[in-house]
Design a protein around this ligand. Structure first.
Ligand SMILES: Cc1ncc(COP(=O)(O)O)c(C=O)c1O
Length: 383
């Protein structure tokens, strides 16, 4: 009997990995499941991206190992993207590191900066990977509260009163998943100050800034940010390329070189056509986002109707590709999600999987066709 490593003792299988097995089994048994659970864009990537990928397939050297730091053209496209959309100037040679999605970056950053016993500030609620990777590397998760009363933003004044001497890293994620809250420039400036005063590396995970968000922002625009900040970004949601596994990490040369020490020992570069396709995506103009957002906006209106039919209470002013809502008073969210799945065959995500402050909430994904959302509404409220 070979035992698993101790580092896995506190790590559970990702909720969706196990829940989707159950959902697939129901579908295989003939149930017509409407999936509003997971944020995997169902829309097609831009046509220019598919063409660039195809053309790159026959390039000389396309099938060889690629540079560890990504191709120069892809890095240049990232620099142009940051300049055009966030007004952030990055050195394409030294301040950009392409990644296989931002999820891999969470692991690399944690391995690169955390020692056993170091503390890590993690949003509650938040993306579950921050905590599981923290556990995997033997560091200690210290949760900071986000709640509706505080507009799902961190209270840095309160945090500063705590003993932060062991805290080395803080995860922030604006626009925020699962609540759809967004940060303003002041919060980003305050986070930079907080990082500097307490010697904490601040990492903003920013994959949602172009979905139903009028004002995309990067924390790297805050003055002096590069000294203490890293930012993860991704093409998964912005360009419907989640399965491509392609994203980026931006920040100071020194911090990126630290991450590179881990990454160069983990993979050997990304397939050239993926990088060529991703560069084409990043060079598209804003019309791409407007067209996507028109679709997401009408889906959102339908999902809000579905939420109303279920007597859920959606949060106000949400950005991103989800609707975050309170379940009806007196209802347990996990039981509510199971009830929706078993009775109506509608799959949604319970808020508790994002942390204890997600208790009592449910997350609806906008990655479903309007037709399917309409069908879901009809199942709840037959005409
Ligand atoms: C907050 C957050 N960060 C990161 C990711 C992972 O994105 P990627 O596909 O770039 O790895 C997700 C995906 O759902 C997410 O919600």
């Amino acid at each position: 009997m070979i035992e698993q490593a101790k580092r896995l003792d506190h790590v559970k299988e990702y909720y969706f990995s196990s829940k989707l097995r159950e959902v697939r089994a129901m579908a295989a048994a003939g149930k017509d499941i409407i999936n509003l659970g997971i944020g995997s864009p169902d829309l097609a990537p831009p046509q220019q991206v598919i063409s660039a990928l195809n053309e790159a397939l026959v390039n000389t050297g396309a099938h060889q190992y690629q540079p560890y730091k990504g191709t120069p053209d892809f890095r240049n496209a990232i620099a142009e993207f940051y300049q055009n959309h966030y007004q952030v100037s990055l050195n394409a040679e030294t301040e950009i590191l392409p990644l296989m999605g931002s999820k891999e970056g969470i692991t690399h950053i944690s391995m690169a900066f955390l020692n056993e016993g170091d503390e890590v500030l993690i949003p509650n609620p938040g993306y579950p990977t921050y905590s599981s990777v923290t556990e995997l590397v033997g560091a200690k998760a210290v949760y900071y509260d986000l709640n509706a009363e505080g507009n799902w933003l961190p209270n840095l004044e309160e945090l500063a009163k705590k003993d932060l001497s062991k805290v080395k890293l803080m995860w922030v994620n604006y626009p925020h998943m699962p609540t759809g809250a967004s940060a303003n420039e002041k919060l980003f400036a305050d986070l930079v100050k907080f990082g500097k005063e307490n010697n904490i590396l601040i990492v903003n995970d920013n994959p949602y800034s172009f979905i139903l968000n009028d004002n995309p922002k990067s924390i790297l625009k805050a003055e002096g940010a590069k000294d203490v900040v890293l930012e993860l970004n991704s093409l998964s949601k912005s360009f419907n390329m989640a399965g491509w596994r392609i994203g980026m990490l931006c920040g100071s040369e020194k911090n990126l070189n630290t991450v590179l020490k881990v990454k160069t020992n983990m993979d050997s570069g990304m397939f050239y056509p993926l990088q060529a396709g991703a560069a084409a995506a990043l060079r598209l103009n804003g019309d791409w986002f407007s067209a996507q957002n028109e679709i997401y906006q009408s889906r959102k209106e339908k999902v809000l109707k579905l939420a109303e039919a279920l007597q859920c209470e959606p949060e106000k002013d949400q950005t991103g590709m989800f609707v975050w809502a309170k379940v009806p008073k007196g209802t347990n969210a996990e039981a509510f999600v199971d009830f929706l799945l078993n009775k109506y065959h509608i799959f949604t995500a319970p808020g508790f999987i994002f942390g204890s402050n997600g208790e009592g909430y449910i997350r609806f994904s906008l990655c479903a066709t309007e037709e399917n959302i309409n069908r879901a509404i009809k199942r709840i409220k037959p005409a």
